[in-house]
Design a binder for this molecule. Structure first.
Ligand code: OAD
Length: 248
């Protein structure tokens, strides 16, 4: 893609970047997105799988779904989009990733400053005593993981419908966004609150908003630059431009 000079000038003068990412950045790693024709919410019902009451009603079903998703994630690899974001750390003073994804692919790609707004599929906690367990430490009783300290039900450490986002992570992410020069919105339908407040706060404090998506979204009309295409192709191109601008 030929990038316009106005964008390249901003990419050159910026010191601090934030990447606000959604399921679309992991699509090229073979992980399904939530919305759209092949999206997870077309095939599965969030009210049966992604809320606390559903978990109490049928923990076995909810665990079956999370084990399936965990297997998908463990067999996936970070794609050139994740890697390009990690590569930006060599060029800019501050590079942060604020992700709605729970798949760990930013970490595996090498990004070091990551805010996971919706949790992490590798982490779990006991709903009674709040002890934390990594997925490989779980002890299953009748297909449901139980806490080895108090025998309470263990749940995935992810944010379900109706639940609050982790307050400390959200405020830290907001602070980072507010101090950014450019906020990239990558592979997100940009309709889920309160996550979407992150790029909106960046904009309020003067950051340039750049959207990267295969199609137009709810927020396309409000961003400064809108690049249409796959993140696994566009982000490496942007990294290449940044390398030329910063190192000549
Ligand atoms: P969505 O499934 O809502 O949106 C994915 C976006 O990625 C869409 O706008 C696609 O057009 C775009 N997309 C797909 N493939 C792409 C590619 N290769 N390159 C660039 N863009 C691509 O996913 P999210 O916006 O992440 O919440 O959804 C937000 C939240 O809604 C999720 O975190 C989840 C869900 O309910 C919880 O589970 C709490």
């Amino acid at each position: 893609m030929e990038f316009e000079k106005k964008f390249l000038d901003i990419l050159e003068s910026a010191d601090s970047l934030v990447f606000f990412t959604g399921a679309g950045i992991s699509a090229e790693s073979g992980i399904s997105t939530f919305r759209g024709e092949d999206g997870l919410w077309k095939k599965f019902k969030p009210e049966e799988l992604a809320n606390f009451d559903a978990f109490l009603r049928n923990p076995e079903l909810v665990w079956e779904w999370y084990k399936f998703r965990r297997d998908v994630v463990l067999n996936a690899e970070p794609n050139p989009g994740h890697k390009a974001i990690a590569g930006m750390e060599k060029l800019y003073d501050q590079v942060s990733v604020v992700t709605q994804n729970i798949d760990n692919l930013h970490r595996r790609a090498g990004s070091s400053n990551i805010f996971e707004l919706h949790g992490n599929i590798e982490k779990n906690y006991c709903i009674e005593c709040h002890s934390y367990f990594n997925s490989n430490e779980l002890e299953y009783v009748n297909k449901i993981p139980r806490c080895n300290l108090c025998n309470g039900l263990v749940r995935p450490d992810v944010v379900w419908f109706g639940e609050n986002l982790p307050h400390d992570i959200f405020s830290a992410a907001e602070k980072t966004a507010e101090s950014s020069d450019i906020c990239f919105l990558v592979g997100t339908s940009a309709i889920v609150y309160p996550a979407i407040y992150i790029p909106l706060s960046a904009r309020e404090t003067g950051a340039t908003l750049v959207e990267i998506n295969i199609e137009k979204t709810e927020i396309s009309g409000e961003v400064n630059f809108c690049f249409t295409g796959k993140s696994g192709e566009l982000l490496p191109q942007i990294l290449q431009e940044a390398e030329k601008l910063k190192h000549g």
